[in-house]
Design a protein around this ligand. Structure first.
Ligand SMILES: [Zn+2]
Length: 196
């Protein structure tokens, strides 16, 4: 398969992991709302779901880069075997902070339902963006390790105006991280060209 099609499969695979993590965490959230899980249980389970999605995203990005380079170079380039970091404790610590921030967003006296909606949206956004962040960071790390000369930006399926404007074909160095917003599904396209 051509490298550009492999990259699109990789992008869509990362989006799939992101969507699965979001759906699973929203499901846990609803169980919490229904009184089936307490805060501690929700926190532990949600952190576990997101950490697992991140681990899969790391492997996906490693495999995708090796597949793309294999296609481009016409010889087998094995994966680097990049390992996920243990995201569980970081995520478990981040979730209560997130909930506090969401609670802070609610206006004084706002209905509990409004606050719950804000919390749910923030937790969903975290679950959605974490695997995309993990994939993007791993792909970047892989390009650095492999000394890929440069990369250009490819956008997500429905890019925002900022991402569209950033995908101008400019070649960037693998040491330059890709500018991303939360939930951004843009991806790096390795190139033989070097930054100007
Ligand atoms: Zn983007």
């Amino acid at each position: 398969m051509a490298a550009d099609r492999l990259l699109l499969r990789y992008r869509d695979g990362a989006l799939q992991l992101s969507g699965q993590a979001e759906a699973a965490v929203v499901g846990l959230w609803e169980r919490r709302e229904a009184g089936q899980l307490n805060d501690a249980q929700f926190k532990a389970l949600a952190a576990g779901v997101i950490a697992a999605a991140n681990a899969r995203a790391v492997t996906l990005a490693d495999l995708a880069l090796s597949a793309v380079l294999t296609a481009e170079l016409g010889k087998v380039i094995p994966p680097l075997g990049l390992l996920p970091t243990d995201d569980g404790p970081r995520l478990a610590a981040a979730i209560p902070t997130l909930l506090d921030r969401a609670a802070g967003l609610a206006l004084p006296g706002a209905a509990a339902a409004e606050r719950a909606t804000a919390e749910r949206a923030m937790v969903a956004r975290m679950a959605r963006s974490e695997p995309l962040d993990a994939a993007s960071a791993t792909f970047q790390r892989g390009m650095q390790r492999r000394r890929v000369p440069g990369w250009t930006r490819g956008t997500g399926p429905k890019p925002c105006p900022l991402c569209t404007s950033l995908a101008d074909g400019a070649v960037l160095s693998p040491s330059t991280p890709m500018a991303r917003h939360k939930g951004c599904s843009c991806y790096q396209i390795p190139t033989e060209r070097t930054p100007r």
